[in-house]
Design a protein around this ligand. Structure first.
Ligand code: HEC
Ligand SMILES: [Cu+2]
Length: 343
């Protein structure tokens, strides 16, 4: 009875765990529903070890309960049973069985490690294999397409059905690059270059997270990996490479001026212009969220520009409370117009 009382106390906690597990299903943010060869292998290997573990547990507990029932002391049974020391046959058995089980687990694990670590170009795509330099910053992700000559922030685009190689760096502190639906996480470490490859079986949007506590807004350091058909991907690359002309529309031209005069361009590159000390804005208009997590409404854009610290504590963007309302509206229109893919 006492046991049940204790067990009930754990009910709220178990319900909470149950609910939180539900969160992982959102936006392809789960390793349990793999969408690429890497994550599929990881899940298979996890299940194999789970099955072996379950088998061992069931056998051991079955023997335990059988022995408990069969050899328990019965009424009137006062004699001490025969004492046994050592049994070679049994000892060999319980040494050999785990060795076999571990071998069954070791073979796919070791071959899989080589598969996961193989960052040679995709054999079918050859020289055209997409190679992306990833840099983790407090608290956003930079994606440099060095061969193609442009940079992107917050969202990384890849062609679906192809192996894509990521070269991982960190600007400031440890971060960890993780797209759960596509593969394992790999740390980005200042001064050290790591590599990872990922492949998305199908076009789609896969949510990514920083998986290494990196400061106050670590939990908001989200990004998206967007896999497109090769032809659409090529069109996106061409769009990112295209020369961006200053807008001619009156409001947009005014917004562009506000953008230049306040020095936004010093941190937010647009096309080939400006530096990317912050996320590049060439395709800002295509994003559904800003700063990795905030819905891209006009209100949120304004609130962000006026006081970024209030929305993402510790991030590296200065506040611009001084911009007047008219300038702000034009600025937001201009920011929204920076599209590569359009609606
Ligand atoms: C000193 C560099 C710097 C300047 C100047 C700067 N920003 Fe930023 N900005 C950043 C950084 C860094 C981030 C990324 C914050 C994060 O997510 O951690 C950012 C993020 C943003 C975002 C969210 C972008 C996204 O990719 O989702 C917007 C919008 C933005 N800035 C607008 C502006 C505007 C408008 C100005 C000029 C009024 C400006 N910024 C000036 C550094 C700067
Ligand atoms: Cu981080």
């Amino acid at each position: 009875m006492k046991l049940w009382k204790t067990a009930w106390r754990f009910l709220p906690l178990s319900l909470l765990v149950f609910l939180l597990t539900g969160c992982l299903g959102e936006e392809n943010l789960t390793a349990l529903d793999p969408k690429g060869p890497q994550s599929a292998w990881l899940l298979d290997n996890m299940l194999l070890s789970l099955y072996i573990m379950a088998f061992v547990t069931i056998v051991v507990f079955a023997i335990f309960f059988i022995i408990l029932a069969k050899y328990r002391r019965k009424a009137g049974d006062d004699e001490i049973p025969k004492q046994v020391h050592g049994n070679t046959a049994l000892e060999i058995t319980w040494t050999v069985i785990p060795i076999i089980l571990l071998a069954i687990l070791a073979v796919p694990t070791i071959t899989g490690q080589f598969m996961l670590a193989d960052t040679e170009p995709d054999p079918e795509v050859g020289e055209d294999t997409v190679y992306i330099k990833v840099t983790g910053h407090q608290f956003w992700w930079q994606f440099d397409y060095e061969n193609e000559g442009f940079t992107a922030g917050q969202e990384v685009y890849i062609p679906a059905g192809e192996k894509v190689i990521f070269e991982l760096h960190a600007q400031d502190v440890l971060h960890s690059f993780w797209v759960p639906a596509l593969g394992g996480k790999v740390d980005t470490i200042p001064g050290i270059t790591n590599h990872l490859w990922l492949e998305a079986d199908e076009p789609g949007t896969y949510k990514g997270k920083c998986a290494e506590l990196c400061g106050a807004s670590h939990a908001l350091m989200d990004f998206k990996l967007i896999a497109l058909e090769r032809s659409e991907y090529d069109a996106w690359v061409a769009g990112m490479q295209a020369e961006v002309e200053a807008p001619t529309d009156e409001v947009l031209a005014h917004g562009y001026e506000v953008f230049q005069e306040n020095g936004c361009i010093g941190c937010h590159a647009v096309g080939g212009e400006g530096t990317a000390a912050g996320p590049a804005f060439t395709n800002l208009g295509d994003r559904e969220v800003i700063a990795g997590y905030l819905e891209k409404t006009d209100e949120n854009l304004e609130a962000w520009i006026r006081n970024p610290q209030a929305l993402k504590q510790g991030n590296k963007m200065p506040a611009f409370p001084q911009i007047n309302d008219e300038d702000m509206d034009a600025l937001i229109d201009y920011l929204r117009s920076l599209e590569v893919r359009g609606e």
